[in-house]
Design a binder for this molecule. Structure first.
Ligand SMILES: Nc1ncnc2c1ncn2[C@@H]1O[C@H](COP(=O)(O)OP(=O)(O)OP(=O)(O)O)[C@@H](O)[C@H]1O
Length: 224
């Protein structure tokens, strides 16, 4: 589904070149649940952003379902990003002024999904995450775990094939973190490919592969 060949990302300053990613080769299959681990600053978020088509300032080859992303036109890349990827962030990134319902609705408005379909998709998600009674509350009225559930609902509302999560439980208590990982497990069992970057080793046990990074490279690729 995703093939990365010799991905390199670097920043040039006047006197030196600093590598953030250095020769990353990676094969991701549909249905994988992959955990990226490694010390802070090793390049996990950078790699997630490249995979999610949010960063195209790199060298090397990236194929998504056989399509060459590295040489794709901006317009096609943006369409691919919208249709195939959902993002979950550590700090939730919800919009404070919008209710739970409206936060989940936002990406569907961007995608010009009809009003009837939007209602039905959001009702299903609220039901699935047991948040029906909270639909008119604002993010600050929710616990961290509930805010992250809204973040996940928003990320999967457009039915992406791939869910990318950057330290998704970083701000949560262990019981809330476990709940989020259980949701990821269910999504993965229903067919969503998941790639998460995390410092929490216990989160890796929910996935089928653990990728350790060191110095901008993949140091270990372990099948669990
Ligand atoms: N646009 C940029 N300009 C300069 N340096 C950058 C840029 N983007 C990333 N970096 C640097 O690249 C390195 C990798 O950053 P990245 O956020 O990918 O690491 P990470 O493994 O996700 O870290 P953490 O676990 O702390 O989130 C860091 O040293 C960061 O400062």
């Amino acid at each position: 589904m995703i093939t990365l060949n010799k991905i390199e990302k670097y920043i040039d300053s006047r006197f030196q070149r600093q590598f953030i990613l250095k020769g990353v080769d990676l094969e991701i299959n549909q249905g994988d649940f992959i955990t990226l681990m490694g010390p802070s600053g090793v390049g996990k978020s950078t790699l997630l952003n490249i995979i999610g088509l949010l960063d195209d300032d790199y060298e090397g080859q990236y194929f998504f379902d056989g399509q060459a992303v590295h040489s794709m036109k901006e317009k096609n890349k943006s369409a691919l990003h919208k249709s195939e990827f959902g993002y979950v962030f550590q700090a939730y990134h919800l919009i404070d002024e919008l209710t739970v319902y409206e936060n989940i609705e936002t990406p569907l408005l961007y995608r010009k999904v009809s009003s009837t379909e939007r209602k039905s998709i959001i009702a299903d998600l609220l039901d699935r995450f047991q948040m029906v009674a909270k639909k008119d509350l604002f993010p600050e009225q929710l616990s961290g775990g509930q805010q992250q559930l809204v973040g996940i609902a928003r990320a999967i509302a457009g039915k992406p094939q791939v869910l990318l999560a950057d330290e998704p439980t970083g701000n949560l208590h262990s019981s809330q973190a476990k709940e989020i990982m259980e949701v990821f497990r269910e999504l993965n069992q229903a067919g969503t490919t998941i790639i998460q970057a995390t410092h929490a080793r216990e989160n890796a046990s929910y996935g089928n592969r653990l990728i350790e990074m060191l110095d901008g490279k993949i140091s270990q690729n372990i099948v669990l």
